[in-house]
Design a protein around this ligand. Structure first.
Ligand SMILES: Nc1ncnc2c1ncn2[C@@H]1O[C@H](COP(=O)(O)OP(=O)(O)OP(=O)(O)O)[C@@H](O)[C@H]1O
Ligand SMILES: O=P(O)(O)OC[C@H]1O[C@H](OP(=O)(O)OP(=O)(O)O)[C@H](O)[C@@H]1O
Length: 208
């Protein structure tokens, strides 16, 4: 039987995903905390694991370079890949929110400048709300933008709320709940149905 290729984001989700796999009895002997190895196999050689930049992960799965992938719902919403989303893994939980200063007009604003890593989520959300926006695409430290007057608000991830609090910002709107999801390449699902289904069942069994 050939192996499945599984893509995992190399950043924050990697450890969570590896813990989940280990709980399901799928062990990767070559996985260590500070390892820079980008391709590893599980001990039974059923899974080839590749570590990719999270934002690129949907592309690997959509193009079939990976059969399956573990990725945050935020990235799925932003990239809208043509893949199957088959399982909510219920880890890496956070929210996509609009945040800004408490004392500025938000609900009554006709137009806003919004800084975000998520231009597509931002556009769709404010279109629906009927607020005209200019989006400033940033790749990190998003909370800085309103502090230095570069944007009125931000669209970003909140987990504990610490980053917002320490920068004097509050949640103004909630856009979506986020957790890690299992996505599957459509052609792989047709040609490797049993293998993929078995993998999903093994993971399902260890979800709380
Ligand atoms: N503070 C957070 N708490 C929980 N989950 C988060 C948090 N920030 C991000 N996430 C989730 O983890 C995913 C990966 O986030 P991360 O910031 O590690 O991206 P990355 O692209 O891997 O980072 P890097 O730029 O360091 O490679 C996000 O898409 C989101 O679903
Ligand atoms: O609510 P909290 O628990 O404070 O977490 C939220 C923060 O975590 C993420 O940033 P990340 O750590 O990925 O850093 P970044 O600024 O480089 O995106 C996110 O963009 C927020 O800034």
């Amino acid at each position: 039987m050939s192996y499945l290729t599984l893509a995992i984001g190399s950043g924050r989700t990697a450890n969570k995903a590896m813990k989940l796999l280990s709980k399901a009895g799928i062990e990767f002997p070559d996985f260590h905390n500070n390892s820079r190895k980008l391709v590893i196999f599980d001990e039974k050689k059923r899974l080839k694991l590749i570590f990719v930049k999270a934002v690129d992960l949907p592309t690997y799965v959509e193009k079939g370079a990976a059969d399956v992938g573990i990725i945050g719902k935020d990235t799925i919403m932003e990239e809208r890949p043509d893949v199957y989303e088959l399982l909510d893994l219920d880890v890496s939980k956070c929210k996509v929110v609009v945040a800004g200063f408490a004392d500025r007009e938000y609900e009554t604003a006709k137009s806003l400048t919004v800084a975000s890593k998520y231009p597509e989520i931002t556009k769709a959300f404010f279109e629906e709300k009927g607020i005209r926006i200019e989006t400033i695409k940033l790749n990190g430290s998003i909370e800085l933008a309103p502090l230095i007057g570069m944007s009125d608000v931000i669209v970003d991830i909140v987990e504990t709320g610490t980053t917002l609090k320490q920068n004097g910002l509050i949640i103004l709107d909630e856009i979506a709940d986020v957790s890690a999801r299992l996505i599957v390449n459509k052609a792989s699902y047709a040609t490797k149905t049993n293998q993929i289904q078995q993998f999903i069942n093994e993971i399902k069994e260890v979800l709380e």
